[in-house]
Design a protein around this ligand. Structure first.
Ligand code: AN0
Ligand code: CP
Length: 315
């Protein structure tokens, strides 16, 4: 594997999830693979889980890791071509990415959307320029439109904890005070549409995701109806796709509570984290027996390790 940016870069998602679960049983069995190989992690935005789990995964494979918090510690990046750089930007992405590629064997990049210009975000301009100019394999640490390491960890978690061959999985929108990207729900949806699950998306009217990601999902605007008989509930806020990046008024009653879980099949509750308590998800759920959010975050290591292993094997 030379590139891991979406579900489309994976030949067999079930095999990749199975490999992640095997690595969970035997984390240090492939330490020779990463010997004298270096992973560079470039962050243009904050991170806890992605940063730590991807480092841990690389260390388990015997790799060295270098981290650059480019937003805070790098030179101000110019992204546009053909400009006279007489403003605040110091270095062009053409040189910055190419130079990083000289130092490392694999690069991970995190680059959130600006949520101002939909075309720019959905064309993945920053991310694609990194891929184009760095010259080494690239793994997405969350781009403007997708978070594939998260989605793989989510598939791993569902595969690990399911109690029937084809569980019902519901992605439900939750309230938030800030406009958040569509990357996590887009990505979760495109992975679930390919997974062996019965997949439903519940959101208030106006929060439709791009159909490029949801093809094959059942989409319902009534949360209670969507939750009926659910085995897994994936809670996530996202801002509107149209009008782009906006929060629509109302919908505070979409926060999940124990009361709402009554119609489910004793559903397990997932969230990619970070989560705002009592806004997106209630204390009673996060602190109760239904929540598997910490277990899910733990599986980020094995997801990242499965991807890095396949990349190392193709170097
Ligand atoms: C980010 C998002 O929603 O995309 C990262 C989640 C992994 N969340 C926030 O900015 C709170
Ligand atoms: N879920 C996730 O990607 O978390 P971080 O933003 O902390 O990496």
């Amino acid at each position: 594997m030379k590139l891991f940016t979406s579900v489309h870069d994976v030949t067999n998602i079930n095999a990749l999830a199975a490999e992640a679960l095997q690595l969970k049983q035997n984390p240090y069995g492939h330490q020779h693979l990463g010997e004298n190989k270096t992973l560079g992690l470039v962050f243009l935005n904050p991170s806890l889980r992605t940063r730590m789990s991807t480092q841990k995964a690389a260390l388990n494979l015997g790799m060295n890791v270098m981290v650059l918090n480019m937003d805070k510690e790098g030179w101000a990046l110019e992204l546009q071509d053909g400009v006279v750089m007489n403003g605040s930007t110091v270095e062009h992405i053409r040189e910055a990415a190419a130079v990083l590629g000289q130092y490392v064997d694999i690069i991970g990049v995190r680059s959130f959307p600006g949520l101002k210009n939909r075309e720019e975000d959905y064309n993945e301009e920053i991310f694609n320029k990194f891929v184009k100019y760095c010259g080494v394999p690239v793994v997405s640490l969350e781009s403007a439109t997708r978070h594939p390491l998260q989605s793989l960890a989510d598939l791993v978690t569902i595969t690990e904890l399911k109690t029937k061959p084809r569980p019902k999985v519901v992605l439900t929108w939750a309230p938030h005070i800030k406009p958040l990207p569509q990357a996590v729900p887009n990505s979760f949806a495109e992975w679930m549409c390919k997974a062996d699950v019965d997949f439903t998306i519940a959101h208030p009217k106006g929060y439709e995701l791009s159909t490029d990601f949801t093809n094959g999902a059942t989409i319902i605007h009534n949360q209670d109806e969507a939750l009926a008989d659910a085995d897994f509930i994936y809670v996530k806020n996202w801002s509107a796709f149209e009008p782009y990046g906006k929060i629509l008024p109302g919908n505070d009653d979409w926060m999940l509570t124990n009361e709402k879980l009554r119609v489910t099949n004793d559903a397990k509750v997932m969230h990619c984290l970070p989560v705002r308590r009592n806004l997106e998800l209630s204390d009673e759920i996060l602190d109760g027996p239904s929540s598997i959010v910490v277990h899910e975050a733990g599986n980020r290591v094995w997801a990242a390790q499965a991807v890095l292993k396949q990349m190392l094997e193709s170097l």
